[in-house]
Design a binder for this molecule. Structure first.
Ligand SMILES: Nc1ncnc2c1ncn2[C@@H]1O[C@H](COP(=O)(O)OP(=O)(O)OP(=O)(O)O)[C@@H](O)[C@H]1O
Length: 318
């Protein structure tokens, strides 16, 4: 699905989010520290980091709600504030509870539609898209957290935008809701949109994201495809079958991989991705019959990489 553009979002410009040395100080707290990365269309990009890593601050700067101390954050080359009717360009869910609780869902969405020059019919359309088609006349104050998350997602979809940002969107959703959200994000990306989704839980991203941007303590830790990220886990490995195991082992060890010769012609390699091993074998003219990546839970990779930046850690249970 990723990379294929089939929907209305395909007509728009390049839909790229770009951060360049983005930094935010809150007094003595350095919340975001020189973040530089690009988020591309046609795929779901997970924005991961432990609590307090700086995800929300980054998204708020991207939406012009917080002012960076230095650096820039732009969408299609422009700061968000320069988009007049914002919801047509960028849909965002930041805080599902940041709504007027006395209003009905219909009234909330109708006000947003009106201020963004969007047709009133979109209100019912998006409510149905998020499974709240029957709840439009209910007051938001009576909604569960899961329903508020769905309402926030509906608001983000109101302008049918090519770029979507979601901050912890599955908080409060039940398992069916999480599956629904995952499929929605993948469908939106499949339509060619840029979908950027934050979470502090790797498990939420494992089956959703194509690409991961991981931060810790406000700094960039990883920016790579999900498969490459998983390969970083200590228990990840690649099995290689080759008619010339000695030659390949030498090539791989020379670039720092750890190589274990197993049965005849089979090597167990850690520290390199399957793609990199293929490249090296090709470059050094060593024939390979099989290169299979295995193991490496994303959760393990995430815990290992962010271990030093976790701000709040529970004591050992007694
Ligand atoms: N308005 C503020 N004033 C002072 N410090 C703040 C403010 N907002 C955030 N911070 C601090 O900035 C850091 C990053 O916070 P942020 O909310 O961006 O992290 P996060 O990755 O979104 O965390 P979580 O997963 O818990 O939502 C934290 O240390 C936080 O305490």
């Amino acid at each position: 699905m990723s990379g294929r553009c089939t929907g209305p979002a395909c007509d728009s410009v390049d839909r790229v989010i770009e951060l360049n040395q983005l930094t935010k100080h809150y007094g003595s707290v350095l919340a975001v520290n020189g973040l530089t990365f690009t988020v591309r269309p046609g795929q779901v990009t997970g924005f991961l980091g432990p609590n307090g890593a700086g995800k929300s601050t980054t998204l708020r700067m991207l939406l012009g709600l917080n002012t960076p101390t230095s650096g820039t954050a732009v969408i299609d080359g422009r700061p968000f504030r320069e988009f007049g009717t914002g919801l047509r360009h960028v849909g965002a869910l930041l805080d599902a509870n940041d709504v007027h609780k006395g209003r009905t869902a219909n009234a909330h969405l109708a006000a947003l539609a009106c201020s963004n020059g969007l047709p009133r019919r979109r209100v019912q359309e998006v409510l149905e898209m998020v499974g709240l088609g029957e709840a439009g006349r209910r007051r938001i104050g009576g909604f569960s957290l899961g329903m508020r998350q769905r309402l926030g997602i509906a608001a983000a979809l109101l302008g049918d935008p090519p770029v979507l940002l979601f901050d912890e969107p599955v908080n409060g959703l039940d398992p069916e809701g999480i599956r629904w959200a995952r499929e929605l994000f993948r469908r939106l990306a499949g339509e060619g949109r840029t979908v950027f989704v934050s979470s502090h839980l790797m498990s939420e991203m494992a089956n959703t994201a194509d690409h991961l941007i991981v931060i810790g303590g406000g700094r960039l830790i990883a920016d790579e495809p999900v498969g490459d990220f998983a390969a970083r886990a200590a228990n990840a490995g690649v099995t290689v079958r080759t008619p010339d195991p000695d030659a390949l082992a030498e090539v791989l060890r020379n670039v720092g991989a750890s190589v274990l010769a197993e049965s005849q012609g089979t090597l167990s390699v850690t520290g390199l991705t399957a793609a990199r091993i293929n490249e090296l074998a090709f470059t050094h003219r060593v024939m390979v019959h099989e290169v299979t990546a295995h193991g490496g839970s994303l959760e393990d990779a995430f815990m290992q990489l962010t271990a030093d930046s976790v701000q709040y850690r529970a004591g050992d249970p007694r």
